[in-house]
Design a protein around this ligand. Sequence first.
Ligand SMILES: NC(=[NH2+])NCCC[C@H](N)C(=O)O
Length: 299
Amino acid sequence: MKSKITIVGVPMDLGQRNPGVNMGPNAMRYAGVSEYLEGLGYKVTDYNDIEIGKAEYLEDPKINLRNLKAVADASETLGEKVDSIVKSGEFPLILGGDHSVAIGSLAGIAKNYKKLGVIWYDAHGDLNTPETSPSGNIHGMPLAASLGIGHPALTNVLNYSPKVKPENIVIIGARDLDAGERELIKARGIKVYTMHEIDRLGMTRVIEETIEYLKDRTDGVHLSLDLDGLDPADAPGVGTPVIGGISYRESHLAMEMLAEADIITSADFVEVNPILDERNRTAVVAVKLMGSLFGEKLL
Ligand SMILES: NC(=[NH2+])NCCC[C@H](N)C(=O)O
């Protein structure tokens, strides 16, 4: 793991409809993210928040993409920032914001790798396109966009596409996949550990297999962790909760094993919504998971 971490806050809430997720970065700051990681021996710089535009008051009803322009603009800004962080040899830690922020993070990160791997830790696949999306919410589309599937304003951030290849992706925690997403997963051969596999195999084996799968085929691995991957009992402050999720402890185990294998080169933690939370619990969970990801030991 790199010894310097640069935090970028992305107060993005335009990729979905719940107000409050724009406060996610500050919720994690309030939970002490910088101090916590500094306590583990890292040099942490908080770049503060990138600028997010306004929700669109004039939407094009013909395209099923809410706030397309503002999300695309923010993705460009974030992409450039993240690219420069990677180039200066630091670990980019992106704090969301809704999951549409991953479009920008992946744009900036993937520029620096030939075969970037992605672990998508999430209840959802986020593999929708304007054609398949039941909601028009862009936070349900970032993984598809990064594969080069969807609207050009989202697939071509930083002027290249795709950012990742389907065979370099592992989705962990899926339990709410739309019909179009299931088709895409099958058609592109994306590796998915649904809750069913996690229950059957146990998290230990899921992560062992994930590491084994990604280790040789990739030259860097981005972890995109949506707090709704966890069970809402452990992470209630999210906009699209789905029951039957990954437990708090299983998630720590996953982070601990990833730390031990030392394969993660960048990360985003997204969808923390303090309005929907209970006394900032979900942000605290996020920060603790980061601790394990960055090597905190129980003993
Ligand atoms: N990152 C998220 N929380 N995504 C939720 C997506 C929900 C649903 N599949 C949609 O596309 O609208």
